[in-house]
Unconditional design. Structure first.
Length: 271
């Protein structure tokens, strides 16, 4: 069954209203294949039937999010960011505060927030301090969050983890798998949440000290980027740091963020 442009745009608008995701051509091609497979399989009688179910069914909407979003990541991705967290930012925070809150916004399958937790533990050990560190992590994909909560990863995900860190914070499993240790896992809480969900985002609490929001704004158009960054900014403490992906920028999108230049990285700080 062919899906015409008008029908596809109506479906796009439903997805956009609920997620802020702006579909590029490759995403539309994925969406068309997904819809056609559901129609051919007899799950839906027509495009109109599909649209009606999409409007009222969160389960169907979340399934589409899983199809559209790419959840490819690994531990300590963009190592420069984690080096800055370890050597520059966390030592200063630990010197000034007893409680520190980190945020992995769009955490995918969990490698990023667990990497943040490991870095925090390593810094505390090195400085011989004990601080209360909590990490909140959210994603729009329920399937990705299920993997994150399980905390079991294959060789690909841990390929850049130093051997001593692997032994210290992972438990070897059968079949070349690695399970994150309970100590690390206990530091992270996961939420199913879109970055443009105003009500949900405001419930996070405006007390975050460091935000990693990397490689997700590329899915948003300008208005969705502004909305997501505004809500992220709301949840940040004064002086908090925001890390974006190497191909992303907050310039011209939101006020109240000052650019901090580090070797090999641009970081934003809330004024």
């Amino acid at each position: 069954m062919n899906i015409d442009y008008r029908e596809l745009e109506e479906i796009n608008r439903i997805i956009y209203r609920n997620s802020g995701l702006y579909l590029q051509k490759r995403d539309k091609d994925k969406l068309i294949k997904y819809i056609e497979s559901k129609l051919d399989g007899g799950k839906f009688k027509s495009i109109e039937h599909f649209k009606r179910e999409l409007i009222k069914s969160k389960h169907l909407l979340y399934e589409i999010f899983d199809v559209l979003t790419i959840n490819e990541t690994f531990f300590f991705r963009h190592k420069t960011h984690f080096d800055l967290l370890e050597k520059e930012i966390l030592p200063k925070l630990f010197n000034d505060k007893e409680r520190i809150k980190l945020w992995s916004a769009a955490c995918s399958t969990g490698e990023e927030p667990y990497s943040m937790a490991i870095v925090a533990l390593e810094v505390m050990e090195k400085l011989k301090v004990r601080k209360r560190v909590s990490i909140v992590a959210n994603d729009i994909s329920q399937k990705a969050l299920e993997v994150a909560k399980e905390g079991v990863y294959g060789d690909y995900s841990v390929r850049f983890v130093p051997s001593d860190i692997l032994r210290k914070y992972f438990i070897k499993q059968p079949g070349r798998k690695y399970k994150i240790s309970p100590k690390v896992k206990s530091m992270v809480s996961f939420l199913h949440l879109s970055l443009t969900d105003e009500l949900g985002m405001r419930r996070l609490g405006n007390e975050v000290d460091v935000v990693f929001c990397r490689n997700v704004l590329i899915y948003f158009d300008t208005e969705s980027k502004k909305k997501a960054l505004t809500l992220i900014h709301y949840n940040m403490n004064k002086g908090a740091y925001l890390f974006l992906g190497p191909a992303e920028s907050a310039r011209g999108l939101i006020k109240g963020l000052r650019i901090i230049l580090f070797p090999g990285a641009i970081v934003y700080r809330k004024e």
